[in-house]
Ligand binder design. Structure first.
Ligand code: ATP
Ligand code: MG
Ligand code: FE
Length: 354
């Protein structure tokens, strides 16, 4: 089965082809440079950029894979969560293609696709625990099957990636700041007492990162002598105090994520596998610490390579292929689900199964 994946939920336009569970190729146009000028994603600009690139990217992908559009059996697209205008571009393109080609059509939960992506590199085992740490979301799931995600916890305010990016902005780092903060932290001295480990003193698996962001903002304003080039692009230009601040902040986020993952595993004693995904899953310290945590528990961690952590369409094509193989599909009336609209997490189960 040849499955085309289309991703346009935020600021990356991406398409990929997966055949029988194997990635043939993928193409991606990032709008990071466009939005960097504004220090964050501008929704109207994002939709227009998707509209500009999606057609040419499709042609390029088919050419690179030496396939005809008529060979496509299933068109799978991120239906949400994301920016409404951006999602609509991908979903409209996918529906038109499926209708024109007589191919099957499937709308995916973008967050579930993030977590399933690692199946392209390593063998997935179910049930497992899933930690999704991306730019807009921080969720913990019990994953029973590629089509069955049970939410156990989520952030009540900022996502982990958002906290990195907002603090990065206060530090004058190039947007988005997460990756550079990780790099700076590696040559910094972390002070474990500098920032709080937020929202651990409770009995749940939820997160709250906005207070940590405020604590970091206060520290930066009062104690950091901010004399370095702005926007800071590379580690070499950073003074030691900046590296130390990044190391302390990084450690606070990682400690908090690990504490709740450990709590989730305590409550789900049958789970031996942890999948970590989303842009923040590229974080060096987080990967090390989660790996160690799983090793101590006699389990294993599945974490995709960096290119599969951030937005891409390989994950959309692969997750679509997994669900398509199990018989799932949608009819063309399927709606887009933008960020903020409350829907049942298992909305994919509403897809039809023959
Ligand atoms: P969502 O999936 O929630 O809609 P998104 O897809 O835009 O959001 P991703 O592309 O998965 O988010 O991840 C982007 C985020 O990952 C950014 O916040 C970025 O700063 C962060 N990030 C990337 N690399 C690292 C790293 N090494 N350490 C920490 N954060 C990182
Ligand atoms: Mg992105
Ligand atoms: Fe994403």
């Amino acid at each position: 089965m040849l499955c085309l994946g289309i991703e346009s939920s935020c600021d990356e336009t991406a398409l990929a082809l997966v055949e029988d569970g194997r990635l043939l190729d993928s193409v991606l146009a990032s709008q990071a440079d466009v939005h960097a000028l504004f220090g964050g994603v501008v929704p109207e600009l994002a939709s227009r950029e998707h509209y500009r690139y999606i057609g040419p990217l499709f042609d390029e992908l088919m050419h690179r894979c030496q396939r005809q559009a008529a060979d496509i059996d299933l068109v799978s697209v991120a239906r949400g969560p994301g920016l409404l205008g951006s999602l609509l571009v991908g979903v409209a393109f996918a529906k038109g293609l499926a209708l024109g080609l007589g191919a099957r059509f499937l709308g995916l939960n973008h967050l579930h696709a993030h977590l399933l992506a690692v199946g392209l590199e390593q063998k997935l085992t179910f049930p497992c625990l899933g930690l999704l740490v991306s730019g807009g979301h921080t969720h913990i799931y019990r994953i029973e099957a590629p089509w069955r995600f049970l939410p156990l916890g989520r952030t009540l305010d900022d996502a982990a990636g958002e906290a990195f990016d907002k603090v990065g902005k206060l530090l004058g780092l190039a947007y988005p700041g997460g990756r550079l903060m990780d790099a700076l932290a590696r040559s910094g001295r972390a002070d474990a007492g500098l920032f709080p480990r937020p929202y651990l003193d409770n009995d749940n698996l939820d997160f709250s990162f906005s207070g940590l962001k405020t604590a970091a903002a206060a520290y930066i304003e009062h104690y950091l002598d901010g004399r370095w080039p702005r926007p800071l692009q590379c580690v070499e230009d950073a003074p030691q105090a900046l590296r130390d601040c990044c190391a302390s902040f990084n450690l606070a986020v990682v400690d908090t994520l690990c504490a709740k993952v450990a709590r989730a595993l305590d409550r789900q004693p049958d789970l031996r596998t942890l999948i970590v995904a989303g842009g923040v899953a590229a974080n060096t310290l987080l990967r090390e610490r989660l790996k160690e945590l799983m090793r101590r528990r006699g389990g294993e961690i599945l974490a995709p390579g960096p290119a599969l952590c951030t937005d891409n369409a390989a994950m959309t094509a692969y997750a679509g292929w997994l669900l398509g193989k199990a018989g799932f599909h949608h009819d063309l009336r399927m709606e887009t689900i933008p960020r903020g609209r409350v829907v049942p997490e298992d909305m994919l189960c509403r897809a039809e199964q023959p």
